[in-house]
Design a protein around this ligand. Structure first.
Ligand code: GAL
Length: 449
């Protein structure tokens, strides 16, 4: 299991989280699953006439690119005469899906399969809820094929508890090529260059940086700013180790100042919009730049736009050598083991060369294989793959996308960042103190160290 797993909450912590989920307003009105018409086109054919086993799969992949990627899985599963029963909960970063999943598990109705990223594996696996995929992993030679970071993420106390799909890079700065060409701009490599480019975009009446005030999107931007401060080592001290010293560090204050200053190059007031809407602002040339995970590239592609033609992808200034990652995975709930054969087929399919290449092409991610077929990758994916291949010292686990710490700590930090972002009355020093006390409190209680 990855280093972050060491911070996983114990059984009592999980029960508490589950109870909170039930009591929370979001539970009272859980997001509605997608209507069948909004499901991936591919699913319709695979559902009709299927008499074999079926698997209910909970996930939050509802955007155009994400649905195409899901379509690949549905079709591959259908080829094995297994039906994918789609249970999609809209909401970027799985905010709604996470709550629905917890309530389902608590009610004894866990789905057979779920997209369940990161550190939370350990929490469910420790409760004995997840199917161990050791046989599939051994037969498929996963340990040898996978990037070590991906392999360690899937492991809980020596057992494989999820099947990996792809690796997203988060520290991307997308730019609109037509707008940049028209204004004679080049993608910024440093924050000084960023400011110059932003000033020219503003002068030309273009929003320099597209951004939503949705909490996970604010925090996604912020984690790239932390990485830009001084790379993965400090990032891990903060978000993986929750080190009090790191929270008192001037670099955190500096990243908070940068977050606040960046508001000046956004469209004010910064509205709470889905990431797909914000991505459209970049695609339409309403905004010149957009910092987001490469699932956005999956959508640009689905809208008919290509890398290096309509949009370019650079790294967030100061992070070109690094890879802020989120690894997508499918975990299987064991229940009474009646679905085990079908669940194991899905795990095998996830790791197959065809799915690794096609699914990730649509998703905007890179394969979890350390030596994948790179011949059809665009420049953004090649760059992502090369950077991730440099190894753990160049990789930073995303806080927001559940790679760094447990759900409770992540949610508390994300909420605080959003409050600071929307309310200019809160000073940088004040939020720094609050973040430090969250880290202190949550690293002391409810966790198995
Ligand atoms: C991430 C997830 C991606 C993508 C994104 C936007 O957490 O890893 O697969 O779905 O959220 O919702």
């Amino acid at each position: 299991m990855g280093e972050a797993k060491l911070r996983a909450v114990g059984v009592a912590g999980v029960a508490c989280v589950l109870a909170l989920a039930l009591l929370s307003p979001a539970f009272a009105a859980p997001p509605t699953p997608l209507a069948p018409s909004a499901m991936p086109a591919a699913s319709a054919g695979s559902v009709t006439g299927n008499t074999g086993p079926s698997l209910q799969v909970l996930h939050w992949w509802t955007s155009a690119g994400e649905r195409k990627a899901v379509g690949v899985l549905i079709n591959k599963l259908a080829e094995q005469n297994i039906q994918w029963r789609d249970f999609a909960i809209p909401g970027g970063a799985g905010i709604g899906a996470g709550k629905v999943l917890k309530s389902m598990v608590l009610a004894g109705h866990a789905p057979e399969v779920t997209q369940l990223n990161g550190v939370i594996f350990g929490e469910w696996a420790d409760l004995g809820l997840l199917l161990e995929l050791d046989t599939v992993a051994t037969q498929g030679n996963w340990q040898k094929l996978l990037f070590p970071t991906a392999w360690s993420l899937l492991n809980n106390h020596g057992h494989v508890v999820a099947a990996p799909l792809g690796i997203h890079r988060i520290n991307n700065l997308y730019y609109n090529i037509a707008v940049f060409n028209r204004l004679g701009l080049r993608p910024p490599r440093s924050w000084d260059e960023f400011e110059q480019v932003a000033a020219k975009l503003k002068q030309a009446g273009v929003t320099p940086l597209a951004q939503s005030s949705e909490s996970w999107q604010v925090a996604t931007l912020f984690e790239t700013l932390v990485l830009a401060e001084s790379g993965p080592a400090y990032y891990r001290e903060l978000f993986v180790d929750l080190s009090p010293r790191a929270f008192a560090d001037a670099r955190l204050l500096h990243a908070l100042k940068r977050l606040r200053n960046l508001k000046q190059v956004m469209q004010l007031p910064v509205r709470e919009r889905a990431w797909t809407e914000i991505a459209h602002q970049l695609a339409d040339g309403e905004a010149g730049m957009f910092i987001m995970g490469d699932w956005a590239k999956g959508d640009f592609n689905a809208w008919g736009l290509s890398a290096d033609q309509q949009f370019g992808c650079a790294a967030v200034p100061g992070t070109a050598d690094y890879h802020l990652y989120s690894i997508d995975t499918l975990a299987m709930f064991a229940d009474d083991y009646s679905h085990q054969p079908a669940q194991e087929v899905l795990a095998q399919i996830a790791m197959s060369p065809a799915v690794q290449s096609d699914y990730n092409k649509f998703k905007g991610a890179i394969p979890v294989w350390r030596s994948p077929d790179t011949s059809k990758m665009d420049s953004c994916s090649l760059n992502s793959w090369r950077t991730f291949s440099k190894g753990a010292a160049f990789q930073a686990p995303s806080l927001v996308h559940r790679m760094a710490t447990d759900e409770t700590t992540k949610d508390a930090i994300v909420a605080e960042l959003r409050r600071f972002f929307v309310d200019d009355q809160i000073s940088e020093a004040e939020v720094q103190r609050k973040l430090a006390s969250i880290a202190r409190a949550l690293s002391r209680t409810g966790k198995v160290e």
